[in-house]
Design a protein around this ligand. Structure first.
Ligand SMILES: [Mn+2]
Length: 249
């Protein structure tokens, strides 16, 4: 997917790039405070609406807005001023982002309507944004998961893609990204478990963790040549402190 927008994996910022106290090389040795000082940050949550875990402890008072399609957790302040505060059901969170950005995007595009190069960039971003909409709605085949926001967003994005690419084939694109999604052979087992991992607190003490994996247990054990999945899960540092863990396949 990234290749369509001329992006590399290294262009992405992930949690492991953030200077948190637990990653000791980033911690100031004097007082164990995070180098990324909370008061210097402001956060817009996307695809979740409560900052969890270590990030939550440090930065939840600095959340300034959110765009999300999960249940409302009443964690983001109700008043967010100029920042978005959108929590609404939709198949894909990306659809809500497209909806929110549409006007600004149209205005920007109008300013450079004659530039072929800008049209090409717009189409690249549209392709990138369309991928999660297709994945989350299984290419619009799962009715119960699809809303008007998803259909509208996809139509809008398709128009941007078609502006430079005649005969854009959505089904073909869906097949391609689905293949990429299940192609996890090159990842270590630890990364597979981290890839779609969510952890949260139930009450004060109980930490729950869920890894979602796109392959079955047999694949995981065979490819990675380990005695059992249990063996690896218990060693994975990220999930060590949890009371209950689940792996969905
Ligand atoms: Mn989501």
């Amino acid at each position: 997917m990234l290749k369509y927008a001329d992006l590399k994996i290294s262009d992405l910022i992930t949690l492991s790039d953030l200077p948190l106290p637990s990653t000791s090389i980033f911690t100031s040795t004097q007082n164990n405070t995070p180098r990324l000082r909370p008061e210097k940050t402001s956060w817009i949550l996307v695809d979740h609406n409560a900052l969890q875990g270590e990030l939550g402890k440090l930065y939840s008072n600095h959340v300034r807005g959110c765009i999300d399609h999960h249940e409302e957790e009443n964690s983001v302040p109700k008043e967010t001023g100029d920042e978005p505060r959108i929590v609404r059901k939709s198949g894909s969170c990306a659809s809500l982002i497209v909806e929110y950005c549409k006007q600004a995007w149209d205005d920007l595009a109008a300013e450079s309507a004659s530039s072929e190069e800008v049209k090409k960039w717009d189409a690249e971003i549209a392709r990138l944004a369309l991928a999660p909409v297709l994945i989350d709605t299984t290419n619009f085949t799962v009715e119960t998961r699809t809303t008007d926001s998803d259909r509208d967003a996809a139509a809008y994005l398709r128009a941007r893609i078609s502006a430079v690419e005649e005969g854009f084939n959505q089904d073909g694109y869906f097949d391609e990204i689905t293949k990429a999604k299940v192609n996890i052979g090159g990842l270590s087992l630890k990364d597979i478990l981290r890839k779609d991992y969510k952890q949260w607190k139930d009450g004060e003490k109980v930490n729950l963790g869920v890894s979602c994996v796109v392959k079955d247990l047999e694949f995981m054990v065979r490819i990675h040549n380990v005695p059992s999945l249990q063996h690896i899960v218990s060693k994975s540092p990220k999930v060590r402190k949890i009371r209950s863990r689940t792996v969905l396949m």
